[in-house]
Design a protein around this ligand. Structure first.
Ligand code: SF4
Ligand code: SF4
Length: 175
């Protein structure tokens, strides 16, 4: 009980102190407050350290998105690696929840602090892959999914990488 009254008193004291404090006005857009790196705004598609696209078109981000604003079409290269033939995000629907980034196994899709993305024409908020791709690795610049799984790299065959099991014969999974 005494603790509750003390907390109440401290709350009122804090409010009173702020009542007589000079307001701080930041003149946006002249002054742009630096935002934390993990702020959730405009989405980008990042690249591996060797410059290749990280996205393997697994559709996990699309499945995780609560407003269904991500769509893509997967394709396969000669070496068996999947990639997104096209990749589209409708920012007019995006609620910047970050679930797509959480779901992505390759760290390809990432949210950035760039929040200045307002338009008068809502159709210009539909971004294609060329609009989304950046030339760096974003928050995790050294990560490369295929160093851990999926293709032969640095003298190691499939299944011989860190924490990787031997390849599965996908035909054996068929009913
Ligand atoms: S931030 Fe949320 S709403 Fe926006 S694309 Fe990602 S999952 Fe969908
Ligand atoms: S961005 Fe990530 S989760 Fe989405 S399809 Fe590409 S690899 Fe999969």
């Amino acid at each position: 009980m005494a603790g509750g009254i003390k907390a109440l008193g401290e709350g009122f004291a804090l409010t009173l102190r702020h009542l007589f404090r000079k307001p701080i006005t930041e003149l946006y857009p002249e002054y742009k407050r630096p935002l934390p790196a993990r702020s959730r705004a405009r989405i980008v598609l990042t690249r591996n350290p060797d410059g290749s696209e990280r996205c393997v078109a697994c559709y996990l981000c699309s499945a995780a998105c609560p407003v269904s604003c991500i769509s893509m079409q997967s394709a396969e290269k000669e070496d068996g690696r999947r990639y997104a033939a096209w990749f589209r995000i409708n920012f007019g629907r995006c609620i910047y929840c970050g679930l797509c980034e959480e779901a992505c196994p390759t760290a390809a899709i990432q949210l950035t602090p760039d929040f200045e993305n307002c338009r008068y024409d809502i159709l210009t908020l539909v971004y294609e892959k060329a609009d989304l791709l950046v030339d760096h690795g974003g928050k995790d610049r050294e990560y490369n999914f295929y160093d851990h799984a999926g293709v032969a790299t640095r003298g190691r065959a499939k299944g011989q990488h860190l924490q990787e099991g031997p390849p599965v014969n996908i035909k054996s999974n068929l009913p």
